[in-house]
Design a protein around this ligand. Sequence first.
Ligand code: UGA
Length: 433
Amino acid sequence: MSEKICVIGTGYVGLVTAIGLSDFGNHIIGVDVDTAKIENLKKGISPIYEPGIEEYLLRNLKSKRLEFSNDIDESIRKSTVIFIGVGTPSLKSGEADLSQVISVTDTIAENLNEYKIIVTKSTVPVGTNQMIIDRIKSKTDKTFDVVSNPEFLREGKAIIDFFNPDRVIIGCKSDKARKIMEDVYRTLRINQTPFVWCNLETAELIKYASNAFLATKITFINQIANLSEKIGADVHLVAKAMGMDGRISQKFLHPGPGYGGSCFPKDTRALANIGNRLNVDMSLVKEVIKANENQKLFVAEKIRKCYKNNNIKTVAILGLAFKAETDDMRESPSIVVINELLKDNLIIKVNDPKSMDNAKIIFGDKIKYFENEFDAVKDADLLIILTEWNEYRNIDINRIKKLMNGNIIIDTRNILDGKELEKMGFKYIATGR
Ligand code: UGA
């Protein structure tokens, strides 16, 4: 495509979008206000841990289709298509904080030297794209179009998801913008990726509805897991059999310590808030939010019962990130669980392959950090698995047995083989089975 594109924001969404679009053959400028971040990106160093990202970053830098800049004004002026990929975190009220989106919108308006398409990639509440249109119109007479193009990237799988999306959603009112967007995504269109063309509001809602539905599915199976534990059922077989019904599907029916991350918690709260604002009953989503908070506490309580009954003092925790393959600790269940355990003055020894630096910011010296999982487990009375990293799935159990002081393992993700562990003399406590 001949049009120049800039992507504002080099966080998870912005950076993966910039790299991915560049790999499709587009010419991209990745823009951020953070100078250090941009300097590193120019050298091929990614600010986030994401499997495969640096390989794609280097490849596209080398091809000269991808460049990075701190100069937001100039990057906007030079570009015809401007992707907004900045953060929209939760405010205390649960509403999405749109301050970064608004600030970028104003900068775009100031630099609107010719027709441009402004594409919102950030997850924004229904009505935000119209607000962007109104705001720019109030500041300039230049022509432009606004397009809503929500992202569906999972952290840890963002690169794979970018190149193999289940669908691409494009909310767009104008034919001119549609033609250019078709060009931007030419590679995916050739590959037969389904495209959904709709209005701005529909695109905005598809994103929130998708995330809230997935969060509901997880919360549902977590409650079924808790019930399974009480009645002696196996939640994995329940989920598997449920999923054999094509209408349900097996995906996102893995029980665990509750969903976390930067998306589901924030987006469910924002959807509940949209309902409040527009006086529409969103009670189901509100219950999901509450039930997910309870799930984290339920897991903490299960652990507490175990150590109170067994007079345990030292606990090893493997896994801190909200899921595997990421260094992200945002709203991770481990935060709630560890804070609960700290109330009982336990010695807590932790390991995580990627998120220990982030954990140090949260817990400081209240817990003990170990670069190696075996050092974390040494002398522990109880071992708890909180994140489903592959290195823990295949952990050397014989070595663990020799190192641990006690013999109890609580596996909140069901990644270990309970039968084998019990044969070896462990007391294995699984989730929902
Ligand atoms: C999620 C969505 O999956 C993406 O499609 C979406 O684009 C993204 O949010 C976003 O809005 O940007 P992400 O938060 O990276 O992606 O992670 P997920 O893989 O969806 O997992 C979210 C949480 O649910 C994790 O804590 C995970 O452990 C938990 N989970 C997931 C379960 O407990 N059980 C499951 O079966 C699946």
